[in-house]
Design a protein around this ligand. Sequence first.
Ligand SMILES: NC(=O)c1ccc[n+]([C@@H]2O[C@H](COP(=O)([O-])OP(=O)(O)OC[C@H]3O[C@@H](n4cnc5c(N)ncnc54)[C@H](OP(=O)(O)O)[C@@H]3O)[C@@H](O)[C@H]2O)c1
Length: 331
Amino acid sequence: MTGLPLAIARGIDTLLDRTVAPGFTRIGPAVRSRLPGWPADPAPDALVGAVAAVTGATSGLGVATALGLARLGAQVRLVVRDTAKGERVRSEIASRVPGADLRVDRCDVADLDDVRRFAGGIGLDRLDVLVHNAGAMPPDRTESPQAHEMTMALHVLGPVLMTDLLCPALAAAGARGSRVVLVTSGGMYGQRLRADDPEYLLGEYSPTTAYARSKRAQVELLPVLVRRWGADRIGVDATHPGWADTPGVETSLPTFHKLTGPFLRDAEGGAETTVWLAGTRPAETGRLWHDRRPRPTHLLRKTRTGDPERELMWEWTLAQTGLGPSQRPSP
Ligand SMILES: NC(=O)c1ccc[n+]([C@@H]2O[C@H](COP(=O)([O-])OP(=O)(O)OC[C@H]3O[C@@H](n4cnc5c(N)ncnc54)[C@H](OP(=O)(O)O)[C@@H]3O)[C@@H](O)[C@H]2O)c1
């Protein structure tokens, strides 16, 4: 397909995206990577000398992300809530990437006190890449140790607090600046931001809705996060992996997993754009990426959000995390 005119190639890429199912499955990258204009791979040594941290690095996409970052030469911090599992993953990656520098750090990302303990104790002089990959879809409404709805605590509050506390290390990254990546989900396309009910107290709880609302919140907060951290050359983006075959999908969505099984990406396919983004760190930031391209944040009119609702969500996030309105002291 390399002889195709670029405009037609981009048209095929966009069609795969808007029709959802073909683009989200393994068909998406199989076609896109053969089209002209497919963005180049990172250099094989792109992250030599860099430090990267990946949350939820004990399963599925987290393991694949850590593996990909180690292959590019980064020191990788496996941020996990179960250190025995983390050590097993460390050995597995070490056997596949000889010489890799891998460390296991404990943190329950949904527990804001534990995030503070972790950030205060990790002792990093620099942090070039921070991937917020840890994720879950509890079957029933569950609360975090600070009594926040679990998906919102795990996907929004914990990552925002962790990033903010690690800002000095992120700001001390190399000349290319650092990159924070929130691993969101295409499921967020079906939900609008619910700044009026961030704790999911209204209506009947649905695991997929709660999950998608928290993933929507990650994407809606991108402009606010870029504004907060951008002056320190900290880029912030979201990636959505499409549909990948992981223990999380098999457990949380068994019927979906059975029906789509042969078409799902493997975990490395799901983590591919996160690793690519970390390795290339494009100048453009504050975007939602999938298969190496920025994608729209809304596909449906009903999910569109205005700045007031986004600011309301941000004020709630600041209040729950105890962060001040400005990362830098006012002049
Ligand atoms: N797979 C897909 O198709 C897909 C699609 C869209 C989005 N995603 C997103 O991609 C990310 C990875 O998903 P996955 O499919 O690889 O899921 P997975 O196999 O269930 O892995 C989830 C990881 O998150 C960790 N985790 C869960 N709660 C945590 C907590 N409180 N603190 C720290 N770590 C915690 C888990 O640790 P334990 O091992 O200790 O449980 C595990 O390492 C998630 O954010 C998910 O929402 C995945």
